[in-house]
Design a protein around this ligand. Structure first.
Ligand SMILES: Nc1nc2c(c(=O)[nH]1)N[C@H]1C(S)=C(S)[C@@H](COP(=O)(O)OP(=O)(O)OC[C@H]3O[C@@H](n4cnc5c(N)ncnc54)[C@H](O)[C@@H]3O)O[C@H]1N2
Ligand code: MOO
Ligand SMILES: [Mg+2]
Length: 426
């Protein structure tokens, strides 16, 4: 008899998976490799930035007080006593009516309290000495880039669990982090099941298709912050699949399979979970595509049984695998970022289940538009190429019209969100 599965709500399914969140250990890597990893320690400013008062312009360092009476008809003259570029420090102490020629980034000399831009000065020579004059007064503090104005010593600049952007790489370099403590990537084993599957390099023959899911999952794993390990593709053979899954789960942090989770004669995953004695968290979710997505727990590890249908597999990964990976790398924002967009095209199918329509996001006149792409069918692969958002259409609704406001989940966003988007789809 065919097993009857009870669908659970998407939010409940996401929450069930997240109850198994665990946090990975840290590792130390070279700064150059830190981009796109997650910080395992707070990034603290161990010195002020800039570390000394410096000139923000190419110009002259002066004592502002001496310029008080400078006017167009009363230029004030300064003797140029030294010249410094960035990286050099003047040994002189500025006196009244003395100036030091200084370049952007150079430490300001002792006695200086204002910088005059080169463009506002006239420079000349008299009796073998160099002078400059100015025709307007300056105040103490004019044009100074003060020590600590960028960051103060002891400040937490970036919290642990933050995704390392190019800007954070710059901060790490600023504070001398040749090595960076990041969270180890979780290993994600991937097995594709299906007797119809050919490898990518193989010629098509009747009844067979190329395995695309495992490659897609590898890329999704990388995007989410995990380290994919392709274990291989297996024919629909119960014992072989069982052995491979049992063996593989020991070697990875999470195991993903695609295919074989539905009710077909050769859909062996349900029987494999049973043989393993794994606890099924759910095996049917009130969503489309990906309703057959199954998640099971075995010896403290999660097995994600994603659908064989490419679109369903893709959705299953983003909704259930991505947040667990983000939690593992200590992200305080493990959830997909939700936004509201204008629907770019009619979507008239009524929705008994919450639907995750693959969409393409564009920005026109400052507004977000999300347009469904390709055929909205679970077994379609071509729509995935353009998809950069899911358009979330709640269950129990009629169709949607172009121009309606819809919720979207951003797939290319790396920051994430600290609140679960699923909370709004109770
Ligand atoms: N009687 C029923 N039939 C089906 C049901 C149902 O409730 N009752 N659910 C349908 C839904 S919804 C989905 S989704 C699929 C899920 O199927 P499986 O997860 O069991 O996956 P398979 O049967 O192995 O394959 C489905 C489909 O996907 C292709 N596939 C599989 N692996 C790959 C791969 N690595 N790369 C590319 N394509 C792959 C496979 O050839 C099949 O066409 O079940 C429905 N049926
Ligand atoms: O799980 Mo199936 O993908 O709902 O379409
Ligand atoms: Mg099947």
């Amino acid at each position: 008899m065919i097993e009857r599965r009870i669908p659970i709500k998407v939010m409940d399914a996401v929450n069930k998976v997240l109850t198994f969140s665990k946090q990975g250990e840290s590792e130390i890597i070279p700064l150059r490799e830190s981009y796109s990893r997650f910080l395992a320690e707070d990034l603290v400013a161990d010195h002020p930035v800039p570390p000394f008062d410096r000139s923000p312009y190419d110009g002259f360092a002066i004592k502002a007080e001496s310029s008080a009476t400078a006017r167009a008809d009363n230029p004030i003259e300064y003797e140029i006593i030294d010249e410094i570029g960035a990286g050099s420090v003047s040994e002189y102490t500025l006196g009244e009516f003395e100036a030091i020629r200084i370049m952007t980034g150079a430490q300001i000399p002792t006695g200086c309290n204002a910088i005059v831009m080169l463009e506002l000065t006239t420079v000349y020579e008299r009796n073998g000495k160099m002078y400059m004059s100015i025709k307007r007064p300056f105040k103490s503090g004019d044009n100074l880039s003060l020590k600590g104005e960028d960051t103060r010593q002891g400040e937490i600049l970036v919290k642990r669990g933050t995704y390392i952007t190019p800007g954070i790489v710059a901060l790490l370099a600023t504070f001398g982090y040749e090595k960076v403590t990041v969270v180890k990537k979780p290993t994600l084993g991937i097995i594709a099941t299906g007797s119809e599957l050919l490898e990518v390099g193989e010629e098509l023959i009747p009844g067979k298709i190329r395995n695309s899911n495992s490659y897609m999952i590898e890329a999704q794993a990388i995007r989410s912050g995990a380290k994919p390990e392709y274990i291989g593709k297996l024919a629909d053979h119960l014992d072989e699949c069982y052995e491979a899954i049992k063996r593989s789960i020991e070697k990875v942090d999470y195991l993903i399979t695609t295919g074989g989770v539905s009710v077909g004669d050769y859909d062996y995953l349900p029987e494999i979970y049973n043989r393993l004695g794994a606890t099924i968290l759910f095996n049917k979710v009130a969503m489309r595509p990906g309703s057959v997505t199954t998640v099971a727990e075995y010896n403290g590890k999660l097995l994600f049984g994603l659908s064989g249908n490419p679109s369903a597999c893709y959705v299953g990964f983003e909704l259930f695998v991505r947040p667990i990976i983000r939690s593992y790398v200590h992200s305080s924002k493990p959830h997909l970022q939700k936004a509201v967009a204008v629907l770019g095209k009619d979507f008239l199918k009524p929705n008994p289940f919450t639907r995750f329509v693959r969409g393409h996001l564009t920005f026109t006149d400052g507004k977000l538009y999300a347009t469904p792409v390709g055929l909205d069918k679970s077994n379609v692969v071509s729509s995935l190429a353009e998809a950069n958002v899911f358009i979330v259409l709640p269950g129990g609704t009629r169709g949607y019209k172009e121009g309606d406001l819809v919720d979207i989940l951003l797939l290319e966003d790396q920051t994430g969100s600290d609140t679960s988007w699923a909370e709004s789809f109770k």
